[in-house]
Every structure is written in structure tokens, then in C-alpha cells.
Design a protein. Sequence first.
Length: 297
Amino acid sequence: MRAIITGGTGFIGRALVAELREHDWEIVILSRNPGRVAETFGQGVIGMPWENGWVDMLGPDTVVVNLAGENIAGRWTGGRKKRILASRVEAGKTLVRAVKSTGKPPRALIQASAVGYYGPCGNTPVDEYAPGGTGFLAEVCRQWEASTGVLESMGVRRCTVRTGMVLGQGGAFKRMLPPFRCFLGGYPGSGFQGVSWIHLADEVGAIRFLMDNESASGPYNLTAPEPVNFRKFAHMLGMVLNRPYKTPVPEFALRLLYGEMAREVLLSGQIALPKRLTKAGYRFKFPGLEDALRDLL
Ligand code: NDP
């Protein structure tokens, strides 16, 4: 089997590539820097530009995993917001155009999304049947998911993976560690906002599960079944690192530094439950936060 992965050079993509290589998948990564693919992965992983060379590889032996997108960390200026949205929607549209032009639908498409789909929802748990929320990220997720929606009417089995904060040696979690290690760990604002997290091994495990499971389609929350709030998260992280965690970062400082990003990501949250993934039979390697943190640190 062949996997065509967009965003395969990123934090999640690299771990997925490692997993697929172990199981002898042929791997093609669509990248803005295809030359860097060979540097990163060595022989055996093919880097292709988005523009050409890969379209004829579509077909029933191929699964597409669409992870590409501008990173959302940091302050959202007008220009960044445009890139955050356009990078995702354009990636989806390019895949759709490719399938239409060849008339060779892939066996399946795993379409990335995020728990931000549900918008800020306090501490009310949501599953995949909850409606989309409001705010910039919710709108990005809605358009991102919709960008490849038409493939379903062309017979493609499509799973949208609404991912929580992925814990591993990258992403937001990696950025969180230095202050904790320097005894400056804490939680943003009140700390009562929900944190839907998932260990990288389960993120990759669940994507693999959905790639292989012919009866899986539709939205799936890729989040651990035991979500916490930021206070609990900071407490656990401090405990595992053997560092105090008592320094809350005041709301006004975060708003000043990060503006809208702080309001939508750091100061509000979701408790998104993996209802459909669990029902489909996926077994989490790290359902609980303490074990996940101990494994990583
Ligand atoms: P990364 O930021 O590590 O990697 C994303 C990849 O997308 C990059 O390697 C890059 O590939 C490509 N990319 C970046 N910017 C652009 C752009 N402007 N235009 C086109 N392509 C771009 O992301 P992750 O691996 O952490 O996440 C993968 C996807 O999952 C992302 O879309 C992310 O939003 C989503 N997600 C991640 C979560 C997390 O906690 N990590 C949580 C929820 C959702 P290249 O340079 O090779 O083109």
C-alpha cells in the first residue's frame, strides 16, 4: 500500500511516517520543500512538490493523509490568519482537483482537523455529534473539513480527525516544558478550561487504525478518553517533572501578548471525548495523563 501524506515533514507527520515505514508502506510526502524530505527521512520516502509528479499515484492502493497547514502558535496577525486558513483550504482543494483530474479516487482520505471545531465550550463535554462552534478556529476547522468533503460523493471513504493537543517531542507540549523545568510552570488564566490531549503514539495509532479500518468514516475526535483541565494538567506535569506548578499566567498578560490566539486557544478549551473512536474499537495506549507524561518525560 502507498500513503500520500501532506504535511508529512511536521511533528505528527514524521511520527506517522516512522510507523508506516515499519510496516512497509510506500510513502510519498507532498511538501513545499521536497528536497528536505530526503534530508529528513533518507532513502525510501519520496518527496514531491505539490505542483506535479504525484497525481498518477492516486488510486485504490493509495491512502491520502492530509495534515498540511500553517502552524497556529503565536500571535494571529491578519496575515497569519489568512495563511492559517488558506494553507489548509488550498491543500484540500488541490487534492480534490487531483482526484477529479485523474478519475482515480484513493482508497481513503484521512483529513486533519482539530477540537477547535467545537469552539470554546467551557467544561461541557462534547463528542462528534456536537455542532460546530463559533470563532476563528472553529471557522477554520469547518472550512478545512469541507475542503475535501466532495470526495465522499465520489466514493472516497473519508475520516476527519479532530485532534486535541498532541503530547510528544514537538508542538505546544514541547514549548510548555522549559518554564516548568525552570520552576516557572503554571496554567493560563483560571486554569479551569478543558484540555483535550492525546499522546503522539495514540495520535499515530488512531490515524493508522482509521487508515486500515474499512468501515470507518466521518468525524473522529482524536483525544484521550480522560481529558483534564489546565490546573490538573499543570499539577500532573509539575508532579512528573518534580517541579512546583503554582505560577498561573494572568489572563491580561496572555491577552496582551497573544491577543485572539490567547482568547481562543489558551483561555478557553474543550472537553472533547473520543466517542466514535472508542466505539469503533480503538484501544488507547495512554488513556490517562499521568502515564502519558511519565512515558514522555
Ligand atoms: P506542523 O506545524 O509540525 O507541520 C505541518 C506541516 O504542514 C509542515 O511540516 C509543512 O510541511 C506544512 N505547512 C506548514 N505551513 C504551511 C503552509 N503555509 N502552506 C502549506 N503547507 C504548510 O503540524 P503538526 O504535525 O503538529 O500537525 C499536523 C496537522 O494537524 C496541522 O494541520 C495541525 O493544525 C493539526 N493539529 C495539530 C495538533 C497538535 O497538537 N500538533 C492539534 C490539532 C490539530 P512542508 O514544510 O513540508 O510543506
